[in-house]
Design a protein around this ligand. Structure first.
Ligand code: UGA
Length: 441
């Protein structure tokens, strides 16, 4: 059993804290947001993540997991302090490090025994050294400390399983012994542990997210070409995925990536490159293609419905992906705003993200279920591929709509079936069964 402090109870922090507690460690989670800590003490989760509430409750009951707003309390026994605070997007696309700075200063102010500071937040390359400088500058007691970078690769919606069964653990530090101690903490996870230098570990995180985002933009570009040539991108991706050098993951064409990570991290990496005299052309293309995918929905609606003024459009899904209520950088926000700007009436249904959605999109009318949503609609747009949308009674939906237009932004329906049911169907990069522009007269 080791003593761990986790600073920040967002996705990464809370999952890290709860999982380390579940592995038998004593964990104190800290956040400066009193409301969040008060809620957690009463068993109220600040985020929706499958399995998290049970995990937190179990470990709180076992006395291994506690919550506080006090750095003195959090660090009293701690051998490791994980920094897992947010690094939002700054004005020029660079990461805003104000919360990391606050955490480093606060640690320094109360530090009175040796400590290993482990950075889990996604931070620009070089931040580990900067954190060490801040701690050194603000220390009131001369005690040894080290900084280790341990980037997090978990996904929202499967965060606990991703933490417990990681593809790898990457650790970076100038202090190899400190990195080895952090490696020890991860041994129960039985995975590959790589130890490298601080900046390289920080770069692994950005490069991984940028690569995954690039795969998505790549397949979206192929989807657009498929649309022009009458091929089916789903089949193309399947065919590509059989090549072990390519693999099948992250080749789902759609309305683009969203969330709190990819959009921010690709921009931050491009910004880091530019400010160091490089021209990250591929990263810029990845971003541009992603933005275009959202616009495509509106272009498709125009193509079918003409003017969108006073047309009613229903959004099936709001969250940036299924199994989360997270609306950060969700394509639904951009799409709804484009539609509203064109004078359309926009309504939406999402199984869990409607509360967050209503905050982001006050002009959008939230509906209680997909069937009520479709009543009187001129078009429905699949924005999030929730499982519950895959088996809807499409006949009932079509009958309730004013015009049977279905824009499937996540390719969850079979074009042939949707068309046979009487829908004017548009997926992303689907071949339209011979009705594409290359059909011979
Ligand atoms: C992503 C990474 O997958 C994690 O490894 C990483 O730890 C995390 O960012 C982070 O940096 O914290 P997450 O943002 O939770 O995780 O979501 P993903 O499941 O990766 O999906 C991101 C976006 O890509 C979603 O909007 C999803 O709809 C989209 N996507 C994903 C596609 O459009 N096509 C695909 O084939 C896959």
């Amino acid at each position: 059993m080791r003593d761990i402090a986790v600073i920040g109870v967002g996705y990464v922090g809370l999952v890290t804290g709860a999982c380390f507690a579940d592995l038998g460690n004593r964990v104190v989670c800290l956040d400066i947001n009193e409301e969040k800590i008060k809620g957690l003490k009463q068993g109220i989760m600040p985020i929706y993540e499958p399995g998290l509430e049970e995990l937190v409750t179990r470990n709180v009951r076992a006395g291994r997991l506690t919550f506080t707003t006090s750095y003195t309390e959090a660090l009293r026994e701690a051998e490791f302090a994980f920094i897992a605070v947010g690094t939002p997007e700054g004005v020029d696309g660079e990461a805003d490090l104000r919360y990391v700075r606050m955490a480093a200063q606060s640690i320094a102010n109360v530090l009175d025994h040796p400590l290993i500071i482990v950075n889990k937040s996604t931070v620009p390359v070089g931040t580990g050294d900067w954190v060490a400088d801040i701690v050194r500058a603000h220390m009131t007691n001369e005690v040894p400390f080290s900084v280790v970078s341990c980037p997090e690769f978990l996904r929202e919606g499967s965060a606990i399983s991703d933490f417990m069964h990681p593809s790898r653990v990457v650790l970076g530090s100038v202090d190899r012994k400190a990195a080895e101690q952090v490696a020890q903490l991860h041994l129960p996870l039985r995975t590959t542990i790589m130890i490298t230098d601080l900046r390289t570990a920080e770069m692994v995180k950005y490069a991984s997210n940028a690569f995954l985002a690039a795969r998505i933009s790549f397949i979206n570009e192929i989807a657009n070409i498929c649309e022009a040539l009458g091929a089916d991108v789903k089949e193309v991706a399947t065919g590509m995925g059989y090549d072990p050098r390519i693999g099948p993951a992250f080749l789902d064409a759609g309305i683009g990536y969203g969330g709190s990570c990819f959009p921010k991290d690709v921009k931050a990496l491009a910004h880091m490159a530019s400010t160091h005299g490089r021209h990250p052309q591929l990263l810029h293309a990845v971003i541009e293609i992603n933005n275009d995918q959202r616009r495509q929905v509106v272009w498709k609606l125009h193509e079918i419905l003409g003017n969108l003024q006073d047309k009613t459009v229903g959004l099936l899904g709001l969250a940036f992906k299924p199994n989360t209520d997270d609306m950060r950088e969700a394509p639904s926000i951009t799409i709804a705003r484009y539609l509203l700007a064109e004078g359309a009436q926009v309504r939406a249904y999402d199984p869990v993200a409607m509360e967050n959605g209503a905050r982001e999109l006050p002009e959008v009318q939230m509906m209680p279920d997909p069937y009520t949503l479709s009543e009187g609609c001129d078009a429905l747009v699949v924005v999030t591929e929730w499982n519950e949308f895959k088996n809807l009674d499409l006949t009932r939906i079509r009958e309730a709509m004013r015009q049977p237009v279905l824009v499937d932004g996540r390719n969850i329906y079979d074009p042939a079936i949707a068309q046979a049911m009487g829908f004017i169907y548009r997926g992303v990069g689907r071949g339209y069964n011979g009705e594409g522009p290359h059909k011979k007269a």
